[in-house]
Design a protein around this ligand. Structure first.
Ligand code: QV4
Ligand code: CA
Length: 497
């Protein structure tokens, strides 16, 4: 189902990657609701393997060992409290669910799991659900290694092990029932939908049956008959037989071309220019806009996993990252997701980060640290909190203010200076050239003085950033130095002084 069921005209989702439930609950109340974020994507809430070699990697949460709701982010009570408190302030929760597989085949046997439940990867025995060796696909897989060896063969992509992860037989009624039961528990607790992991590796028919078993959303917070929002992780950059299109009828799909392309454009690689983005969206070969979930980076490709490579614009390149995220939030295409990360010590050897496995800030024993908030509203202890950066937070508001308005009043200099508006509700100007921008443009906005929400905030009647004068004819003069900390300017109806 394609509708995110957002509330109060809010639009953007933020992925609070690896945050604890207690911190997310507080963040909904103190920051996300007041600043107009629509929802949170949370890390997988179910029981997962715990690994010590490497030391509690972030990716251990993509190796389920059961469906009990205790994880590195907290226990079931904390999860329920978070869902309730976020819903009560109108912020939706979307759960990352890993249903293609359980843990790696080499995961051993014992109680090294986040709830302390016993499991055996070697015997394919997960008694807390229970799944036994009959619930896996090994008999169907035809590769020598039992792993996916060739993405050109849809059968092995669906029926063999993704990097050695025990592949669930989602064709079985029993397995479908257990997976749907797990998801329904979350629906009943009040979540608004799911990010479904590794959908390329599941047959659309199996997914359709499983998702068809989901309950309607909890009527304490959602109107009767609301179906869960679904966005499916399918990496489709072209060139493989499995395409995003096979999944459109089930819900939205992650559009990985979006961030890979926009990162390349803002980096000015391969002769790309910002002016070429006049037709950004479907005109750029992306999926139909009602199907797309868009983002600049995600938890995989910000550290070299997944797809997109070095072009991806992450918080490590803040100037480019802020511009790319602002472009996404200003543009009408797709449901937008903002990444919120933790920092780690990168160590590149021959272009590959040896530390791409490092988990969230922790006390050393695998217990995740809380997110402390500094006096200046940034986060401490290694949490990056991109969603709190003024430029990004204010663009999330921009997206709400211009929601439903058409892309309008495009201008470009045939290079890397562009501008566009959203009806008469907002206007944004970028200078990604190596020289100054100095131009008068038709903004389409009512005359008046506006506060640029990139260089500052509007606070009461005052503006801490640049002021932009829009004449009675809608025209305004913009000057953006290529030396500016953030070489872009954005104004909207609510930033009028
Ligand atoms: C290793 C070997 C295998 C071997 C196996 C033996 O590489 O060849 O068979 O041991 O047991 C981790 C390790 C990986 C290891 C595997 C199993 O990195 O080396 O295999 O565990 O033990 C995340 C990480 C993976 C991690 C996985 C499970 O990115 O590195 O694997 O979690 O912990 C494709 C998919 C797409 C996927 C993307 C990364 O089409 O669906 O790759 N993206 C999603 C998530 C991602 C997650 C998974 C899927 C799996 O976004 O975070 O992978 O749930 O493009
Ligand atoms: Ca599979």
């Amino acid at each position: 189902q394609h509708n995110p069921h957002t509330k109060h005209g809010r639009t953007a989702i933020v992925h609070l990657f690896e945050w604890r439930w207690a911190d997310i609950a507080a963040e909904c109340e103190r920051f996300l609701a007041p600043n107009g974020y629509a929802g949170v994507q949370i890390s997988p809430p179910n029981e997962h393997i715990t690994l010590t070699s490497p030391w509690y990697p972030w990716w251990q949460r993509y190796q389920p060992t059961g469906y009990n709701l205790c994880s590195r982010s907290g226990n079931e009570n904390e999860l329920r409290d978070m869902i309730t408190r976020c819903n009560n302030v109108g912020v939706n929760i979307y759960v990352d669910v890993v249903i293609n597989h359980m843990c790696g085949a080499g995961g051993g046997e014992g109680t090294h799991s986040s709830c302390g439940g016993w499991f055996s990867a070697s015997r394919k025995d997960f008694p807390s659900i229970p799944f036994t060796n009959m619930d896996f696909n090994d008999h169907k897989c035809r590769t020598g290694s039992g792993n996916i060896e060739n993405y050109g063969d849809p059968n092995q992509v669906r029926d063999c092990r993704l990097v050695g992860l025990l592949d669930l037989a989602l064709e079985k009624d029993y397995v479908r029932g257990k997976v749907a039961g797990f998801m329904n528990k979350l629906v009943d607790m009040g979540v608004a939908g799911f990010r479904v992991d590794a959908c390329k590796h599941m047959w659309p028919g199996d997914l359709q049956n499983t998702l068809g078993r989901l309950h309607n959303l909890n009527t304490k917070w959602f109107s009767g008959g609301s179906r869960p929002f679904i966005y499916q992780e399918v990496i489709d950059l072209g060139g493989e037989p499995i395409t995003s299109r096979e999944y459109f009828h089930l819900g939205r799909v992650t559009e990985f071309k979006y961030g890979a392309k926009l990162g390349t454009i803002f980096r000015k690689w391969n002769g790309e220019k910002l002016s070429y983005t006049k037709s950004w969206g479907e005109g750029y070969g992306f999926m139909p806009e009602g199907n797309a979930l868009v983002f600049i980076d995600n938890h995989d490709n910000q550290r070299g996993h997944g797809a997109g490579g070095a072009a991806i614009a992450t918080f490590w390149d803040p100037r480019i990252h802020k511009m790319a995220v602002a472009y996404m939030l200003a543009h009408p295409y797709g449901v937008a997701r903002v990444m919120s990360s933790f920092r780690w010590d990168r160590n590149f050897v021959n272009g590959k980060d040896q530390n791409d496995w490092i988990g969230p800030p922790s006390h050393g024993n695998g217990a995740t640290k809380p997110v402390p908030i500094n006096p200046d509203q940034t986060c401490g202890d290694g949490w990056v909190c991109e969603h709190r950066w003024r430029q990004i937070k204010n663009m999330a508001t921009f997206r709400n203010v211009v929601n439903g308005q058409p892309h309008a009043n495009w201008w470009d200099n045939q290079s890397n200076q562009v501008a566009f508006g959203r009806g008469n509700r907002g206007f944004i100007v970028f200078n990604n050239d190596d020289w100054n921008l100095d131009v008068t443009l038709n903004t389409g906005m009512p005359g008046g003085t506006y506060c640029d929400v990139v260089s500052g905030n509007k606070d009461g009647g005052r503006c801490s950033g640049k002021q932009i004068q829009v004449g009675g004819d809608g025209r305004a003069h913009f000057k953006i130095s290529n030396q500016d900390e953030d070489p872009f300017v954005a104004i909207h109806a609510d930033s009028k002084l």
